[in-house]
Design a protein around this ligand. Structure first.
Ligand SMILES: [Fe+2]
Length: 282
């Protein structure tokens, strides 16, 4: 079971430009997913699908993923708006007005959470959303479950962009997940960098972004004093492949676009493949 995750696409950052940078970056990622050796079972678009939440940008995104041969699961991020998102993806389920839904894959459930709090960059998770999550988890206590949400509920060290771990929505999320042993992983976005940690005992992965990454700098930024530090960098777009093997979730990250091949499985490479195979138990 394979989940492809693409996050923080930010279409419409350069609205009206037919050569929009973020569109080109997304296309490079989608091409890599389509042409790579493995076919994922799901394409998770984990929020910040657009820059401004406008209908035109969602329509463009829907067209770009239209030919995708696997199911597409859109999610909300802080740059999104639920109404236009759902209008562009009419088959996307919602619950109580929130873009929250369960996806049943073979041997794995994915619970898509909606952490959008309109007007805020940071996340939100109200009682209504938490009650839905609790009911979903209580109803399927033995089904291995992945939680997908845009906002990571932990501090990464990139302080200017981080949440504050004391925010009430995080406590609410933690409470809903407490003791739910079927949760095998948490998949997030928002930070525009690939990051891994353990949060309350749950393996948590932040997928690198399709749009331009955030610079890796742990020095606190003083909001009152711009210090000319690097904020956004021009590194290749990234996506994740999360592989569920029935026991654990293994997350791989790869960049989009063309990748140069330096060696192939030919007669020259064969001895190393044979040697490694020979080391395995019968
Ligand atoms: Fe975000």
């Amino acid at each position: 079971m394979l989940i492809a995750q693409v996050t923080d696409i930010h279409i419409g950052f350069d609205r009206g430009n037919p050569e929009e940078f973020n569109v080109r970056r997304l296309l490079a990622v989608l091409r890599r997913i389509a042409e790579g050796p493995q076919r994922p079972d799901l394409l998770l678009l984990s929020g910040d699908l657009t820059e401004h939440g406008d209908a035109e940008s969602y329509a463009l995104l829907a067209r770009l993923v239209e030919g995708c041969p696997i199911p597409v699961a859109p999610m909300t991020g802080n740059h999104d708006l639920r109404g236009p998102l759902l209008a562009a993806f009419p088959t996307c389920p919602s619950h109580d007005g929130f873009v929250q839904y369960a996806i049943e894959l073979k041997g794995l459930r994915v619970l898509v959470l909606d952490t959008l709090e309109e007007g805020r960059h940071g996340g939100g998770f109200c009682e209504t959303r938490a009650a839905w999550l609790s009911a979903q988890l209580a109803g399927h206590p033995h089904a291995p479950t992945v939680i997908a949400l845009h906002h990571p509920p932990f501090e990464s060290g990139i302080a200017w962009l981080d949440c504050d771990a004391r925010e009430p929505w995080i406590a609410r999320l933690a409470q809903a997940l407490e003791g739910r042993r079927q949760v095998v992983g948490l998949l997030a976005g928002h930070l525009h960098r690939p990051i891994h940690t353990l949060w309350n005992g749950i393996p948590a992965t932040v997928c690198g972004s399709s749009a331009a990454p955030v610079a890796l700098d742990f020095t606190p930024a003083d909001p009152a004093h711009p210090d000319k530090r690097a904020m956004i960098t021009d590194e290749p777009p990234v996506y994740a492949l999360h592989r569920w093997d029935g026991e654990r979730l293994i997350s791989h990250m790869e960049q989009g676009g063309e990748i140069d091949v330096l060696a192939r499985f030919d007669a020259a490479f064969q001895p190393i493949v044979q040697a490694i195979a020979a080391e395995r138990p019968e």
